[in-house]
Write a protein that binds this ligand. Structure first.
Ligand SMILES: Nc1nc2c(c(=O)[nH]1)N[C@H]1C(S)=C(S)[C@@H](COP(=O)(O)OP(=O)(O)OC[C@H]3O[C@@H](n4cnc5c(=O)[nH]c(N)nc54)[C@H](O)[C@@H]3O)O[C@H]1N2
Ligand SMILES: Nc1nc2c(c(=O)[nH]1)N[C@H]1C(S)=C(S)[C@@H](COP(=O)(O)OP(=O)(O)OC[C@H]3O[C@@H](n4cnc5c(=O)[nH]c(N)nc54)[C@H](O)[C@@H]3O)O[C@H]1N2
Ligand code: SF4
Ligand SMILES: [Mo]
Length: 669
């Protein structure tokens, strides 16, 4: 019987395929035998609106003509041969399997020689990656889902797992019945906030003030872990000095939280033996996303809340294989297998791949590729398993910039992506249900994805990249015949990771069917970190309020995010009737006070605009902070509004803090 893993969120629920249905099974990660409606519905969407034909056109103004893989790949390869590597970009996805990622990364960075090979994980997890590397020396999530059972306190900030990590949320609720306390910090009273023991409606973008206030109080009260600090921590003295200069009253004022609720939280924090802080997009997607991550990591370092059961800073990865993509090396700031670009690493990788064309330095990140396109610096962009026209910020600019690229190739399993409108070549790919390989969930658990239905003439993503490699003349280097062969080469390569910490080479493709493998177990054993002197680094950070600010013309701040039953652009989920019952696709949440002032009521249609663009949506009245509104990602026009400010270090976009105006919809608009 075939077993597989969910192709939606990073929890990674396992299924058995029986009687043409997906049945959740009791297996890691949660052993609950549960799945959410979205996960179960995948079986219905496998064959709806599939992209089945290879399509080609000279200009995006023309209609597509039907073609075939060989002809299309010939065109792509011949253009690649004539193009300088730095003018070529690859845009990958945290939803690709390891094998797909590995071959794409090998082709781009190893043989075409471009490091402009990035992924939509840049828009998602990049701030967490940089934060972990700065604090602990490696991109490593230092705890797992089962730690929730051992924790006394779970702080959820900028995360709404009730809708985004549904089965994980179920586990949280169960643990709460056994004594776990849950604190939710969010400017919106979310479904997750409903179960909170303490809900803190923080003002948007004030998390650094909040965590600095907590650090200040702990240091003043001498409630830090002195042993941990002296044995395992760098920079405590200078960190303490800077923190003590802060004004606690001002920090609390900035968060707009009441003193009573903060004190209640502080008491709970001090009483709790084991503490987990978990976060997602409300923290990462910010012009100070890295600093926000550091503020959280700092807190776990000074309290020694790391490397013991039930504690740690827990970045909840969103996509099903964003973790695997980071490990393989899909980000343009990594070469391969957690190796940064430097002379020694480039040499090792060049030898391993037997290549003379290896990329030598960091490439352009996702949005930077678009900015480069706007300056006519990109000639070929190959996009796989993601829809950047839909998901990148400031869409009017993105559309303009991408239209300047002479060859845009889109590899997609489904029809109707927003990006396909800008593609010259569309290549169909095998979706979940027919493809196979491996993926890694949010706590480093590597599992096998088996195919449930036979192939039908459509290629899997890695097969397409393999064919391009062969066509470029690298027949031996791209001679893979199966997902297993690709995985086994990747496994060998993980031996190159520093200290061989990415120990994926210890497992086996066939065994993974039955038994998942957690890489890097106890990597931080005895609190030895992977920094130079093996100690965790503290970085003092301050809120610099870099994001767009509300103004007279645009008096609201826009938050964006998920609803439980829809997956991003809805290329699969919006096609399944049963998933459309819970929430509408195109709504805007506003609180009743602001709605009254604007003369708006539930169900009214409104125009929401920013200085970049506008959209139409239906009003839903909810408990969200004053002057703050929320629009879900299921609204395909969402990114006409959003700001394209990036975090300086991670280059992750600041999706959550755009200044907007909201007004009643008039037909004259
Ligand atoms: N159903 C469903 N599940 C999904 C996905 C999906 O499309 N649909 N996508 C997956 C992916 S790729 C990802 S990355 C994850 C994302 O998982 P989440 O991050 O949990 O999802 P979001 O809805 O973006 O929630 C972010 C929360 O941050 C809050 N927030 C915004 N600004 C701030 C702030 O300044 N401070 C604080 N403290 N909070 C703030 C928002 O109000 C929102 O509730 O979900 C994954 N799971
Ligand atoms: N405003 C705003 N924008 C955001 C975010 C936000 O919170 N707010 N979040 C950001 C984040 S965290 C993320 S992860 C991104 C997500 O943004 P995207 O990655 O663009 O979203 P998806 O709709 O999941 O796109 C996946 C695409 O892959 C296709 N596909 C499905 N299966 C296969 C397959 O097997 N092979 C291939 N080749 N294609 C396949 C689907 O049809 C779909 O077009 O959005 C980002 N954009
Ligand atoms: S919780 Fe996530 S992994 Fe589990 S079934 Fe739902 S979408 Fe899939
Ligand atoms: Mo994401």
């Amino acid at each position: 019987m075939s077993k597989t893993v969910c192709a939606y969120c990073g929890v990674g629920c396992k299924f058995e395929f029986r009687d043409e249905k997906l049945k959740p099974i009791k297996s890691y990660p949660t052993n609950s035998g549960l799945a959410c409606a979205k996960g179960l519905s995948q079986i219905k969407s496998i064959f709806i609106d599939r992209c089945k034909e290879v399509k080609i056109r000279e200009s995006i103004k023309d209609n597509f003509k039907t073609s075939n893989y060989d002809e299309a790949i010939n065109i792509i390869a011949s253009k690649l041969k004539k193009t300088a590597p730095e003018r070529v970009g690859f845009y990958l996805s945290g939803q690709m399997l390891n094998e797909d990622y590995y071959v794409a990364n090998k082709l781009a960075k190893g043989f075409i020689g471009t490091s402009n090979c990035d992924t939509n994980s840049r828009t998602c997890m990049a701030s967490a990656v940089v934060g972990y590397k700065k604090s602990f020396g490696v991109d490593y999530v230092p705890l797992g889902i089962n730690d929730i059972d051992k924790a006394n306190l779970l702080i959820l900030t900028g995360a709404n797992p009730a809708e985004s990590h549904v089965v994980l949320f179920n586990k949280i609720k169960k643990a709460q019945k056994k004594g776990l306390k849950v604190v939710v910090i969010d400017p919106r009273f979310t479904l997750s906030a409903k179960i909170a023991d303490i809900y803190l409606p923080i003002k948007v973008n004030k998390d650094i003030d909040f965590f600095n206030l907590l650090a200040l109080k702990l240091i003043k009260d001498d409630s830090v872990d002195k042993d941990f600090i002296s044995n395992h921590t760098n920079n405590f003295d200078s960190f303490k000095e800077e923190i003590l200069k802060l004004d606690g009253t001002k920090l609390l004022e900035n968060t707009e939280l009441g003193i009573d609720s903060f004190e209640k939280f502080y008491k709970l924090f001090k009483e709790s033996k084991n503490i987990i802080t978990a976060w997602t997009m409300g923290i990462n997607q910010s012009s100070q996303g890295v600093d926000k991550n550091l503020a959280i990591n700092n807190l776990h370092i000074i309290t020694g809340q790391i490397n013991k059961e039930g504690s740690g800073p827990f970045s909840l990865t969103g996509q099903p294989n964003a973790m695997g993509g980071r490990e393989v090396g899909g980000l343009s700031t990594t070469l391969a297998v957690h190796l940064d670009f430097n002379e020694e690493n480039c040499k090792k990788v060049a030898e391993f791949w037997n290549s003379e064309n290896i990329a030598k330095q960091n490439g352009l990140t996702a949005y930077e590729m678009i900015e480069a396109a706007n300056e006519d610096k990109i000639d070929i962009l190959i996009i796989c398993h993601t829809d950047p026209i839909y998901h990148l910020p400031n869409r009017n600019f993105v559309q303009k910039a991408i239209s300047k690229i002479p060859l845009v190739v889109e590899i997609n399993a489904y029809e109707d992506s927003e990006t396909s409108k800008y593609a010259h070549i569309v290549l169909p790919a095998l979706p979940f249900g027919q493809k196979e390989g491996t993926q890694v969930n949010l706590d480093r658990t590597l599992t096998r994805v088996e195919s449930l239905y036979p192939k039908d003439g459509i290629l899997q993503d890695w097969e397409i990249f393999t064919k391009i490699g062969q066509n470029l003349g690298y027949e031996e280097e791209f001679s893979f015949k199966s997902s297993k062969e690709v995985f086994e080469e990747y496994q060998k390569m993980t031996k190159l990771s520093f200290q061989r910490h990415l120990n994926i080479f210890e497992t086996n493709y066939d065994k993974l069917k039955e038994k998942p493998f957690v890489w890097g177990k106890n990597l931080f054993k005895n609190s030895t970190f992977l920094t130079k002197n093996k100690k965790a680094n503290l970085f003092f950070v301050e809120n610099q309020n870099l994001s767009e600010q509300a103004s007279k013309e645009f008096p609201f701040i826009l938050l964006t995010g998920r609803t439980r039953d829809q997956w991003h652009s809805g290329s699969k989920s919006a096609k399944v009737d049963s998933l459309l019952k819970f929430k509408k696709l195109e709504f805007v949440e506003i609180n009743s006070t602001d709605a009254n002032k604007l003369g708006l009521k539930e169900g009214d249609m409104v125009k929401v605009s920013s200085k970049r663009g506008e959209l139409k949506a239906e009003v839903v009245i909810t408990d969200i902070n004053l002057k703050t509104i929320f629009i879900p990602l299921s609204h395909r026009d969402i990114n006409f509004l959003t700001d394209d400010l990036l975090d300086n270090l991670s280059k992750q976009p600041d999706y959550n803090h755009s200044a907007v105006r909201i007004e009643e919809w008039k037909e004259s608009f």
